[in-house]
Design a binder for this molecule. Structure first.
Ligand code: GLN
Length: 506
């Protein structure tokens, strides 16, 4: 019974908990048991908060037993939280030594919304240090393994959140996406990951990497589950100056409508510049299969061109490190976390330098140096200023494409999950993982990844990216749900149920 509970979707679990067929405590405990069984092989979590999760679950059960209505459609369903959100009852490390054991004095708005919705937080998930990376190998606390094949990476930076879903350790998770960190891990683990419109989900209490790009979003095993979680976390927050003050798109309704499988009247744009040559053949094949599926659902396919996407990566690696170099200045050995033995040094400056030297890993240092250089006087216009102009051109490309199509599609990643260690010493190869995902961060529009198929040569999942205009989440979820329903029907069930890389460990 308990193992079976971990195989259910969040929507199914919620229905059972709210009907009092099973308690939230039982569901939460089942996931904690699963975590205990598979974590040695997966390492999706940096911290497990069993006590506080069970406490939250017990409160939901007590309210339901007292005849109260559930406080939210997901009340009682547990979740895994990326370790980049502050939590008052758990450490927040961002995968970095510099924040090891740091216990924040407050909850992020997103954390508070989860708690208010009665969602027990199972723990904090592993990530590339300060969300810089595409494999979770840049975590200071060791990598996460892909549940499909534990010798492969789960993607990054949110590899822990994605792996926790694919390993059935959690039915729901939260990620953040600055250049692809929700969508790329979703693609590589056969799960669903959504980057909402920039400003759609509060960043208050989300430890900043690149503030103009960072966006939090839902991760799940189904489109409907992602939509249910989206509606819990999205919405205006006066504590985040970039938060959008507009109604949250009705994504749950859109997902339910999409599942009916009728996309007639909808135009889907194929971005000429994404996919094709240089992509793993199985990724391309799964993409083509998705296009055929979209057509059979009644959608009209149109080709669109976004000529400036070619420069997105270069511009991103100026803007992103620039903002990082400024945001990470706050880790100064005085205010948070690590401080190396001050008695060994004669000035505060030396303590800061020594702490940052041991506290930050090589990728973080690389970005701080790149960013500091790009922002230095005399170079600012040539680098940062130029990159901002490219950003405008990318937004214009999107505007043109969305004039011709309701949503755009592309592969989410150029390849399936690669081996642990394969790219960790080659920053450029690592950066290229996000070729298809970065443009949406640059422009701020919504985008998501849904499972598109399995690559036969390596038995690993492939993702499809769906991009929508700013605040166009409803149509994006509708298309995603239609594709999911069609694919499940054709494959005789969800692909995710075929994960078998962990069988030996349980
Ligand atoms: N892999 C990209 C980077 O390293 C994106 C990371 C992210 O989205 N947080 O910057």
């Amino acid at each position: 019974m308990s193992a079976e509970l971990t195989r259910l979707t969040a929507a199914e679990l919620a229905a059972k908990i709210h009907a009092r067929e099973v308690s939230s405590v039982e569901v939460t405990q089942a996931h904690l048991d699963r975590i205990a069984a598979v974590e040695p092989a997966v390492h999706a979590f940096l911290h497990v908060g069993a006590e506080s999760a069970l406490g939250a679950a017990a409160r939901v059960d007590a309210a339901l037993a007292g005849g109260e209505a559930p406080v939210s459609p997901l009340a009682g369903v547990p979740l895994a939280l990326k370790d980049v959100f502050t939590t008052i009852d758990m450490p927040t490390t961002c995968g970095s030594r510099i924040l090891e054991n740091w216990q924040p004095p407050y909850d992020a708005t997103l954390t508070a919304r989860l708690r208010a919705a009665g969602i027990p937080i199972l723990g904090k998930t592993n990530m590339d240090e300060f969300a810089m990376g595409s494999s979770t190998e840049h975590s200071a606390f060791g990598p996460t393994h892909n549940p499909w094949n534990t010798s492969r990476i789960p993607g990054g930076s949110g590899g822990g959140s994605a792996a926790s879903l694919a390993a059935f350790e959690a039915p729901l998770a939260i990620g953040t996406d600055t250049g692809g960190s929700i969508r790329q891990p979703a693609a590589l683990t056969g799960t669903v990951g959504v980057k909402p419109t920039y400003g759609g989900v509060s960043r208050y209490g989300l430890v900043a990497a690149a503030s103009s790009l960072d966006q939090a979003g839902p991760c799940a095993r189904t489109v409907l589950d992602a939509a249910l979680l989206h509606e819990v976390i999205a919405g205006h927050d006066p504590r985040d100056a970039t938060s959008i003050d507009a109604p949250v798109p009705a994504v749950v309704e859109a997902a339910r409508q999409g599942a009916e499988g009728d996309l007639r009247g909808l135009k889907v744009g194929i971005v000429r510049e994404l996919g094709g040559e240089g992509y793993q053949p199985e990724v391309e094949a799964a993409f083509q299969a998705s296009l055929r599926r979209l057509e059979s659902l009644g959608a009209e396919l149109v080709e669109v061109s976004c000529p400036h996407f070619e420069y997105a990566m270069s511009a991103y690696y100026l803007i992103m490190p620039s903002e990082v170099s400024s945001n990470l200045a706050r880790f100064d050995a005085m205010r948070y976390g690590l401080r190396v033995s001050p008695e060994a040094y004669s000035s505060a400056e030396e303590v800061m330098a020594a702490t940052r030297e041991v506290g930050f890993g090589p990728e973080v240092k690389r970005r701080i140096m790149l960013g500091t250089y790009a922002l230095s006087s005399g170079y600012y216009e040539a680098y940062y200023g130029q990159a901002q102009k490219v950003r405008t051109l990318i937004s214009n490309d999107f505007a043109g494409a969305f004039g011709k199509a309701d949503v755009l599609v592309s592969p989410t990643t150029p390849t399936t999950a690669f081996g642990l260690g394969d790219k960790v010493d080659d920053p450029l190869a690592m950066y290229l993982c996000d070729l298809c995902t970065i443009p949406s961060n640059m422009a701020g529009n919504a985008a998501m990844s849904v499972p598109a198929g399995i690559s036969e040569s390596d038995g690993l999942p492939v993702g499809l990216q769906i991009m929508a205009p700013a605040l166009g989440e409803a149509v994006m979820y509708r298309v995603a749900a239609a594709l999911e329903a069609a694919r499940d029907a054709a494959d005789g069930g969800p692909l995710i149920q075929r994960v078998n890389g962990l069988e030996a460990s349980v």
